[in-house]
Design a protein around this ligand. Sequence first.
Ligand code: ATP
Ligand code: MG
Length: 489
Amino acid sequence: MEVEADNSPCGNPGMFVVGLPDKAVDESRSRVRAAIKNSGAHFPRGNVTINLAPADLKKSGCYYDLPIAVTCLQQSDQLKLSDWKNNLFVGELSLDGILRPVNGILSIAMMCKEKNIKNLFVPSANAAEAGLVDGINVFGVENLKQLIEHLKGESQISRYVSDNDDIFNIDHFEIDMAHVKGQDHAKRALEVAAAGSHNILMSGPPGSGKTMLAKATVTILPKMSLNESLEVTKMYSSAGLLPIEKPLIVARPFRSPHHTASGVALVGGGSWPRPGEISLAHRGVLFLDEFLEFPKTVLENLRQPLEDNVISVSRASGTINFPANFMLIAAMNPCPCGFSTDPDRECLCSPSQIMIYQKKVSGPLLDRIDLHVEVPRVDFKKLEHESIGESSDNIRMRVQLARNIQNQRFKNENIINNSEMNSELVNKYCVLDNQSKDLLRSAAENLHLSARSYYRILKVSRTIADLSGEKNILSLHLAEALQYRPTIE
Ligand SMILES: Nc1ncnc2c1ncn2[C@@H]1O[C@H](COP(=O)(O)OP(=O)(O)OP(=O)(O)O)[C@@H](O)[C@H]1O
Ligand SMILES: [Mg+2]
């Protein structure tokens, strides 16, 4: 995007912004005029026309204050910058010329690198975020006066140097898998899910530890690579959710929207499209607690992103694709009272009530969930006596090893984990021996598996084999994957 200015000293006094500005951009006229005046420079006399190119794209936000101010100063010969194409300016101006931070700086810095723009001038509060991108010179600017002096060569703003050691400190987790007593079957299923980034649905009576298990899952996920961190940070930056003091997100996101959340809050949207919860969970966990309490129409929105790992949000202002490659963890009770699967408690629901309750999620959506696991009530004796379970650190080590195998496998495939394989890649990497083929054939007949389930079972088997460090999928891996399918498809 480029900012141009034309100044006619004899024309009607005033400043006009053209190129589809929104209200915030249009209002920059007053901010820029005051900021220039209060920075020791003078605002050009007569008529100033500012053109924001390309003219057919709607411009919104306060990003343009600084480039408009610099363009005005250049136009009126107060600044002489010879290599315009190598400099990018961004930031909101206060009336006294101080630069205020703006959202989405990381994306802007990445774009600079892509377009070979050498110098990026940003508000100083955004410098650490922009500094995450190497190969460009980032300058953190306090105010317009300082920038004018720098561009005139009267004083120097020093280049921002990022302190990566500090940035990569991971937060301490409050919860640990070791705190969850019993539930070994569910813990194993979560380990498999974490290893291959598969979706999982936990069902069980109230108070059995489903929510606790879901929250502990982020602690067994492997650390994010720098590329993953940048992807996640970019998303939070564009949503304006990046804390200033934390320019890079290093911990995998855990998003847990309430069941009253709207469809737009979940998948993204708005007149100026913003990422929703599924995109904020990108590379992390989307936890839908009380799964069946979400309105069916809201849940159905998940079908496309669960398949494609991306969500397209179309609005009058344009279509934006937000990445949404997340691991879905859903938790539910098996019936309205919660006790239909509990052998020791009487269920108060009628069969038709249970049926209506379970039908709240459509078959196609359930089909996209790879692992279905029962979380029964824990025996009181177990709660009292059971020694502390395996720590998250231990489980995470196994998950990391399985992910390393996947990284190696997919290094030329443009994906990073087993759950992302398309059917072609499944055929390539999930080859079964004869015994396993027979087992899968009879399971497909008995469980009436859909083609999608068939591929999903193979992907989960691949992850289970990776967890045991096996090159080939053996029938025991396939058998374990099959037991995570619901009995009725
Ligand atoms: N397996 C467990 N080990 C240790 N504590 C547990 C376990 N299960 C439940 N608890 C305790 O019970 C509390 C409630 O558990 P949690 O919220 O995870 O249950 P839930 O299965 O999600 O129930 P609901 O169906 O009502 O949402 C936890 O905060 C924890 O203190
Ligand atoms: Mg719960």
